[in-house]
Design a protein around this ligand. Structure first.
Ligand SMILES: Nc1ncnc2c1ncn2[C@@H]1O[C@H](COP(=O)(O)OP(=O)(O)OP(=O)(O)O)[C@@H](O)[C@H]1O
Length: 660
């Protein structure tokens, strides 16, 4: 008997469904706390036992609304009555060293994740720096001039040496130079801006912070540094990092992000004082308008995922924030970080940067990332589920898999489908309550639900160590989004796989994808060559030198700019050994046995599959595939039917909770 009891995969209370999928399924460990909570339809029916109204919520469905992942989330001060979420219990739980939540214990904050086997290859990464009088890079953290508090936290974090983006960004920001920094996903950009800001605040002492003021009976706090993030979850992550790097110092960090249930808690926390404020734009504007925050003391402004922050969705809000009494750009230090920086965004960005800002482009290890093996499969819409199932069945049970879909409704439906196939999945998208988003992310992060079905809301910045596989079930419309999505794996020298389903709908991105894969020294499927040849001319947004996420647009303008620049460490060698040499799924990656070898039966449509993997081995699925899904699986013909035509099929053991 599995721990936590047995539930049935049906909608009706305690009643097995009659659709032939009625397989006993254990409750996901640790899910007890979810039993009473609305869960927007993406947790399988077992968790909804006895709560038909919640199931109904799921069945209502959502309109086919595309995820715009704008995180405005303003809620109005009058919504205080809502309870806090797990993150913000209440302002009183601050510990003695700051305003951080009590659950930010030392062990929690400094939970280390190893830098991967490719970490040392960062040494050979190409770096381009342009701008006047570029501060010299550091090679070691102890060359930065950090005080003991910061150095101790660097050491506590287990960082033995700076990554390339840190080597260049830290001295630049310590010198109070404005910076536009473009470095590959997972290469340590967060510490690259937080460490120098924290150092500045500690070195500057009390004078760094403008004291709070009373206006209209309300106390206004003036943060010294403001970090803006496009998504709530990324804001939470950055806040945790800021808390970590300022651990045992007097620095107070605070966070403001959308979702009405956390409004009061966030405002309460401001009362502990705020040196560094991490915020999503909509909520910040709301709270500025309420008079709780003023920006007159803001000496440091960071736009993380800056290209996203300056695109059409957010740009007006950023302008509004910067216009709300913030010191002018000549009187503050402004830094922008992203893995991608399209030229038109660079042009916009200069409105916020001093003229002599430094542009830093850190190339990719190898290219797009040697750390990420990119696989591209031609999969028709109707075959996506069966292909996904086959991939998941061959994954190792300890690996986390992030599946990207285009729409919120698609995320709900796919997570629901997977749960009915006894694959523990949750979803994250903009229609969920914030408390649900955070809880689902935690269930994923902790491995309790090893599959996260996400919209673009999870594409940027999230740093989840064990994500070994990103699957673009629906490909995004542009290649920058693709770069960010696949960057959820293969972080900080670790290895990962990115599999993308491609079909006629995705032809628009074909050329850019081909270029990215070529640049990665990985094999381009024959059909992609053809698609790319037919595709649009011009190469999309990325352009320029493809070893970088972007190049300094000022250089391309030919004169006039302040380009001085140097170019270092260019390693033309690219991929050396390592990754992608074994057979595809279930082969060399990660070692060990696949999740579950298939027993028999056809998978269908194999002829249409191919792979970018270097493994050769004929088609995308090699390794342990011995059949796969039963005859109902290939739904190309449209014929109804379930995904298992054999209702008596044994449960998928690797996906079940440990036996009691
Ligand atoms: N010098 C270092 N040594 C070891 N690990 C590091 C170092 N710097 C950062 N890391 C770790 O690398 C991981 C990725 O860092 P981070 O999230 O800052 O990447 P990023 O460049 O911001 O990625 P993205 O573009 O996806 O936002 C984190 O787990 C972080 O703790």
């Amino acid at each position: 008997m599995p721990a936590g009891g047995v539930f049935y995969n049906g909608f009706a209370n305690g009643t097995p469904s009659n659709n032939g999928y009625a397989i006993q399924q254990p409750m996901v460990p640790g899910m007890g706390q979810m039993m009473g909570a609305p869960h927007a339809g993406f947790v399988p029916s077992p968790y909804f036992q006895g709560q038909p109204q919640q199931q109904q919520h799921f069945k209502m469905g959502y309109s086919e609304n595309f995820e715009n992942f704008d995180e405005n989330g303003s809620s109005g001060y009058n919504n205080f009555a809502d309870s806090g979420n797990g993150f913000n219990n209440n302002g009183a739980e601050s510990n003695q060293w700051g305003g951080a939540p009590a659950e930010y214990s030392e062990s929690n904050l400094f939970h280390r994740t190893d830098s991967g086997i490719n970490f040392d290859k960062y040494e050979n990464i190409p770096v381009e720096v342009s701008g006047d009088s570029v501060p010299a890079a550091i090679e070691h953290f102890n060359e930065a001039g950090f005080g003991p508090a910061v150095m101790e936290n660097v050491n506590r974090s287990g960082y033995s040496k700076p990554t390339p983006v840190q080597k260049h960004s830290i001295p630049t920001l310590l010198a109070n130079r404005d910076l536009m920094s473009c470095a590959q996903t997972g290469s340590g950009k967060t510490a690259a801006f937080l460490l120098p800001i924290i150092q500045h605040i500690l070195a500057g002492g009390p004078d760094m912070v403008k004291p709070p003021a009373f206006t209209n009976g309300r106390r206004t706090y003036y943060p010294c540094a403001l970090v803006l993030s496009p998504t709530r979850e990324l804001a939470i992550q950055i806040h945790k990092e800021a808390t970590k790097f300022s651990y045992k110092s007097n620095i107070q960090t605070a966070i403001l992000y959308g979702g009405r249930e956390n409004y009061r808690d966030q405002v309460n926390r401001l009362r502990a004082g705020t040196h560094i404020l991490i915020a999503t734009p909509g909520r910040l504007i709301d709270i500025i308008e309420q008079g709780f925050i003023g920006l007159a003391g803001c000496r440091y402004l960071v736009l993380d995922e800056a290209d996203r922050m300056l695109d059409m969705g957010f740009e007006p809000q950023i302008r509004k924030i910067v216009g709300q009494g913030m010191p002018p750009k000549t009187a503050r230090t402004t830094a922008m970080f992203s893995a991608t920086f399209p030229k038109e965004i660079q042009v916009l960005a200069k409105d916020f940067l001093k003229d002599n800002y430094i542009f830093l482009a850190v190339g990719r290890v190898g290219s797009t990332s040697e750390n990420i093996e990119q696989r591209l499969l031609w999969v028709n819409e109707m075959e996506k589920r069966s292909n996904l199932m086959e991939i998941l069945m061959n994954e190792h049970s300890e690996n986390l898999v992030l599946v990207f879909v285009e729409t919120k409704r698609g995320a709900n439906e796919l997570a629901y489908f997977l749960n009915r196939q006894q694959i523990r999945s949750v979803s994250i998208h903009g229609d969920l309550k914030q408390i649900e988003r955070e809880r689902n992310l935690e269930l994923f992060r902790s491995g309790q639900c090893p599959i996260l079905v996400a919209t673009a809301v999870a594409a940027r910045g999230l740093d989840i160590p064990n994500v070994r596989h990103v699957i673009n079930y629906d490909l995004p419309g542009d290649s920058d989004e693709y770069v960010h999505r696949i960057g959820r794996t293969g972080r900080c020298g670790n290895l990962g796989i990115a599999t993308s389903f491609f079909n006629d709908k995705n032809r628009g991105i074909g050329r850019d994808l081909k270029n990215l894969i070529v640049e990665s020294n990985q094999e381009v499927p024959e059909w992609l060559h053809q698609v790319a040849a037919e595709g649009r001319i011009g190469g999309g947004q990325r352009g320029g030198n493809r070893r970088f996420g972007a190049t300094d647009y000022r250089v391309g303008r030919g004169g006039g700019g302040s380009f001085g620049g140097n170019f270092s460490n260019y390693n033309s060698g690219g991929a050396t050994g390592g990754f992608g040499s074994g057979p595809a799924y279930g082969g060399s990656f990660g070692g060990g046995a696949p999740r579950r070898p298939f027993t028999n039966g056809g998978f269908g449509a194999h002829s249409s599959l191919s792979s970018t993997s270097n493994s050769g081995g004929g088609g995308g699925f090699s390794g342990p595939r011995r059949g796969g899904f039963n005859s109902g699986m290939n739904r190309q013909g449209g014929g109804g039917g379930g995904f298992y035509s054999n209702p008596g099929q044994a449960p998928i053991d690797h996906w079940q909770a440990p036996q009691a």
